[in-house]
Design a protein around this ligand. Structure first.
Ligand code: TXA
Ligand code: MG
Length: 343
């Protein structure tokens, strides 16, 4: 199959919408990461997503809508707390877990009785959903086990020959996937941290829990509330270690480890901040230390770069695990198998 990449224009949106209506897959920009979209109500189309990604069938998909009204037929009811989160944070980088209606094929929800719904901020994403006239099921558009794509080029690397069209809407602004929030119970639970932070949810609902698996690896026998947590994601080929502590100690520890690795014949690289001086050692930038949103926007690209350059050891600077920093540390932590050294 020939994979075309087209910039977002009314004509390319219309072409993509027609492909969606015809049961095909489209790579689509969103403000978080690029998605691999299909008509959420077409079981055969949704199966193509799992095949193209190599995704396990027990990992459910998020359904994207272009306005609030479109949710009504997709869910059984909307809990009061979920309504308040929608008002506060949609359109935006938040997915809400809601009780699903029979309109959602069970292949989408991987057999669960809930469905994740998201109203994205991205104009291009909403225009596509509107033009298709159907809700769009879309996981991140990476092959399973690869970092999520934040540019159309990343999608092309993973999906060339597997899908007919990728819409190029430029780099995703947020750079990490949406916050996944279960608001069906008494206290909302953040299953996956993202652009809508625990602090923001707490301000709206007064209370919030962060699932324990956000910052720890799974132990055998652990029951997960979100199937995606089971899978080892975002792991670069390089052995990845995170250093956490005061900046000077982190920089010193990283430099020492870098030199040891190099002396042992490894190819080390640093994922570090622009303000920090690593004395000319290979560094892939996480942006400014003053803007954790830079690290969010750059992390997945940096992980892809490690593999492209054939680095064998990755030494990463931690960010503070609050605000968007929690999402950064969750993704970085998973890339490193939560190998975090406190210095
Ligand atoms: O930002 C995003 O959310 C991107 C863009 C494309 O919207 N999408 C995305 O989808 O990241 P995906 O499939 O890569 O990640 C969805 C996560 C998975 O970890 C999945 O297990 C979880 O959400 N999830 C989906 N439906 C769920 C449900 N009903 N209950 C619990 N977790 C669910
Ligand atoms: Mg994903």
């Amino acid at each position: 199959m020939l994979t075309q990449v087209k910039p977002v224009f009314p004509e390319s949106i219309e072409e993509a919408a027609q492909l969606i209506r015809d049961g095909e897959l489209v790579g689509m920009p969103t403000e978080t990461v690029y998605g691999l979209g299909a008509n959420a109500l077409d079981e055969t189309a949704v199966r193509k997503i799992f095949a193209a990604k190599g995704r396990p069938a027990d990992n459910p998909l998020i359904v994207h809508v272009s306005c609030l009204d479109e949710i009504v037929p997709l869910v059984k009811y909307i809990p009061e707390s979920a309504k308040r989160l929608m008002e506060a944070f949609w359109p935006g980088p938040m997915t809400l877990i809601l009780p699903k209606s029979d309109a959602i094929p069970s292949v989408v929800s991987a057999g669960l009785d809930t469905v994740g719904i998201r109203l994205p901020q991205s104009e291009a994403a909403r225009a596509l959903i509107r033009a298709a006239g159907r809700p769009i099921a879309a996981p991140s558009a990476n092959r399973s086990g690869r970092p999520s794509p934040t540019t159309a080029q990343h999608v092309f690397e993973d999906m060339d020959g597997r899908i007919p069209l990728i819409l190029d809407g430029g780099a995703s602004e947020v750079g990490v996937e949406s916050s996944v929030i279960d608001a069906t119970g008494e206290v909302p639970v953040i299953l996956r941290p993202g652009g809508i932070t625990p602090e923001m949810v707490e301000r709206v609902l007064g209370d919030v829990r962060v699932d324990e698996h956000v910052m720890s690896p799974l132990a055998e026998g652990d029951v997960v509330r979100s199937p995606g947590m089971k899978y080892k994601h975002y792991a670069p080929k390089a052995k990845t270690v995170i250093f956490d502590g005061a900046a000077e100690r982190v920089i010193a520890a990283i430099c020492t480890r870098y030199d040891e690795a190099e002396a042992a014949g490894e190819r080390p690289a640093i994922l570090g901040f622009d303000e920090h001086d690593f004395g000319g050692r290979t560094r892939i930038s996480l942006g400014s230390v003053k803007r954790p949103q830079d690290a969010a926007a750059r992390l997945f690209g940096a992980l892809r770069e490690l593999d492209e350059r054939g680095e064998t050891v990755a030494l990463c600077e931690a960010v503070e695990a609050t605000g968007i920093g929690l999402a950064v540390m969750n993704r970085m932590g998973r890339a490193a198998g939560f190998d975090i050294e406190r210095v």
